[in-house]
Write a protein that binds this ligand. Structure first.
Ligand code: GDP
Length: 330
């Protein structure tokens, strides 16, 4: 692998170089990891900053259709758009969202767009770590907007919110007046709720659903540095394109406001700190897991705990004493 060529390619915004760099970053091989770290370090340029948008929604809500319409609108304005995915199912099965590129046929052919399915890793944390690095690569390659899609199950929304500037929740018009079982925790991290499919027969219902969510959002505390009317709910139609330009305007307004208040940089700094902590923690665990003696001792103590012969915390203390010596603080 010619790292220098890859670095130049990324700086030049070459999509083939970006694709190859991503493959390197996603590789599990130790020598690839070392090269990936070197690459990330070399290409990082604080002057190149994309707007990173998290987009979450349950399967069928219209994520692909919306992303295609939204992405084409942006490329039509001369912006370069990267679409990535954090797919919790890829941790088991090898990926599904964005795996089928025909779903965004037009956007995938657009020279100003780059679409990449979720990395497949053994655990969701690994998927998220790699995706965060892919965002950094896309940003270094001069993309103006990076969209990170995820499906509304499990922990993936929180992970995506930790690597994006704006978190958007895509919903479908509800059948009744109850909020569609969207978890409070997800509502709390949403900057923008987009009620999709506001067209044809579903238009009126979409309006009512949107009003319900707008009401629900008012119960949450405004985030420091945000305009008074955020988080907010809007209706859109990925099919007719209605509301899509407004959604983009709202996103830009929010970003501009956060930049002016300093909150934008603060959030990114906090996110970087989070991923640093995460990488160190993960590295320690991986390091420990690679030592056969440590693994054997873990197994032994774990079995004792499972058999009821040792209390979990006492066994953990013994393990930690073996690893680091001395008395363990809490
Ligand atoms: P995803 O699973 O969230 O990516 O959803 P898709 O983008 O694949 O869309 C699921 C279905 O909803 C498809 O049949 C789309 O054609 C349809 N759909 C998506 N957006 C809209 C919309 O704005 N209006 C209508 N009427 N249908 C839509």
């Amino acid at each position: 692998m010619d790292l220098d060529r890859l670095i130049t390619g990324i700086r030049d915004g070459d999509r083939r170089a970006l694709a190859r760099a991503i493959t390197l970053v996603e590789s599990g091989r130790a020598d690839h990891r070392a090269q990936a770290t070197q690459l990330l370090d070399a290409v990082t340029d604080p002057e190149r900053q994309a707007i990173r948008i998290g987009l979450s929604g349950t399967p069928g809500v219209g994520k692909s259709t919306f992303t295609e319409a939204f992405g084409l609108m942006l490329t039509g304005q001369g912006l370069r758009v990267a679409v990535l995915a954090v797919d919790p199912s890829s941790a088991r099965s090898g990926g599904s969202i964005l795996g089928d590129k025909t779903r965004m046929e037009q956007l995938s052919r657009d020279p100003n767009a780059f679409i990449r399915p979720s990395p497949s890793q053994t655990e969701l944390g690994g998927v998220a770590r790699r995706t965060r690095e892919v965002i950094a690569l896309a940003e270094a390659a001069g993309f103006d907007v990076v969209i990170v899609e995820t499906v509304g199950v499990g922990q993936s929304e929180t992970l995506v919110a930790q690597m994006t500037d704006i978190f958007t929740l895509l919903l479908a018009p509800g059948g009744g007046d109850e909020l569609q079982g969207v978890k409070r925790g997800i509502m709390e991290i949403a900057d923008l709720i987009l009620v999709n499919k506001a067209d044809g027969e579903m238009k009126a219902q979409a309006g009512r659903t949107c009003a319900d969510y707008a009401g629900a959002l008012r119960l949450f505390r405004k985030r420091p540095g945000d305009p008074e009317d955020f988080p907010k709910a809007l209706t859109v139609s990925a099919v007719t394109g209605d509301g899509i330009a407004t959604a983009w305007d709202e996103m830009r307004t929010l970003v501009a406001h956060r930049r002016a208040s300093g909150q934008f940089d603060k959030t990114r700094a906090r996110q970087n700190r989070h991923w640093f902590d995460d990488a160190v923690r993960h590295g320690i665990l991986r390091h420990l897991g690679s030592d056969p003696e440590t693994r054997a001792r873990m197994e032994e103590l774990g079995a004792a705990v499972a058999a009821g012969d040792a209390a979990p915390s006492a066994a953990a203390d013994r393990m930690l004493s073996l690893l680091f010596g001395g008395d363990r603080p809490d």
